[in-house]
Design a protein around this ligand. Structure first.
Ligand code: PEP
Length: 254
């Protein structure tokens, strides 16, 4: 059965790649993925490579994303990047509330929500990440944690804004560990998040919002995860750093 939502697969390059390496990677991806229309494709290089990657993507089916942004419009925030700076490079998406930002930089749900609202104000589509730790899962708290994160990190988004928001379910224990969620675990969490959206908004919103799975997605597990009824794409870390593995994830998902 055709899914009613188009898959969206995004590569999160994290703190990797020089500008020259980023250029090589994106040139390879353009060649490999030129004909792909069935999936929305996004790459999220580090800030330092946005300018060069942006030029290469002008004539391409791959869109540009950033890995974070500051929620303030401009001003005295040393070391930070504002939405208008991302817009200069035709950035369309921005990852917000990644578990690494929550863990290492203290980002809270409220903070992520402020960023999400600021992203929308600048017409950037946020990819808002949520997901439980291993300890939370083992204590049977997965749904409670997801509910807190989803309600908190999306707080204040209008119906129009939530429809332009991507949610990434990324169990923390699966990120960068090689241990992905089983299809059953992923489907259960995605269906739960979709149910939350129905309660927070309405059924039509719940049916339309795309929810990506993230956590050790690779070519060998992409098909089994992407065909799940409530999984609408992937946020890929490690396997997005090589042309072959990212392209194979995309091809195996179609
Ligand atoms: C991520 O960091 O968003 C991620 C999913 O990483 P990996 O694919 O390496 O697990």
């Amino acid at each position: 059965m055709e899914k009613e939502r188009k898959l969206i697969i995004a590569g999160n390059w994290k703190m990797n790649k020089t500008v020259a390496e980023a250029v090589d990677l994106v040139k390879g991806l353009k060649l490999e993925l030129a004909g792909v229309k069935e999936v929305d494709l996004v790459v999220c290089p580090p800030f330092t490579a946005l300018c060069e990657v942006s030029k290469l993507l002008l004539d391409s089916n791959i869109r540009l994303g950033a890995q974070n942004m500051n929620e303030n419009p401009a001003g005295a925030y040393t070391g930070e990047i504002a939405a208008f700076m991302l817009k200069e490079f035709s950035v369309r998406y921005v990852i917000l509330g990644h578990s690494e930002r929550r863990t290492y930089f203290g980002e809270t749900d409220e903070w992520v929500a402020r960023k999400a609202r600021a992203a929308h104000a600048a017409a950037l589509k946020p990819i808002v990440c949520v997901g439980e730790t291993l300890e939370e899962r083992e204590q049977g708290r997965t749904e409670a944690v997801l509910e807190r994160q989803v309600r908190g990190s999306l707080a204040g988004l209008t119906r129009e804004q939530i429809l332009e928001t991507i949610i990434a379910y990324e169990p923390v224990w699966a990120i960068g560990t090689g241990r992905n969620a089983t299809p059953e675990q992923a489907q259960q969490a995605h269906a739960f998040i979709r149910g939350l959206l129905a309660g927070m908004y309405d059924d039509a919103v719940a049916r339309r919002v795309r929810i990506q799975y993230g956590g050790s997605v690779k070519p060998s597990n992409a098909r089994d995860l992407m065909c799940l009824p409530d999984v609408d794409g992937a946020l890929v870390g490690g396997a997005s750093l090589e042309v072959r593995s990212f392209a194979d994830i995309v091809k195996n998902s179609i």
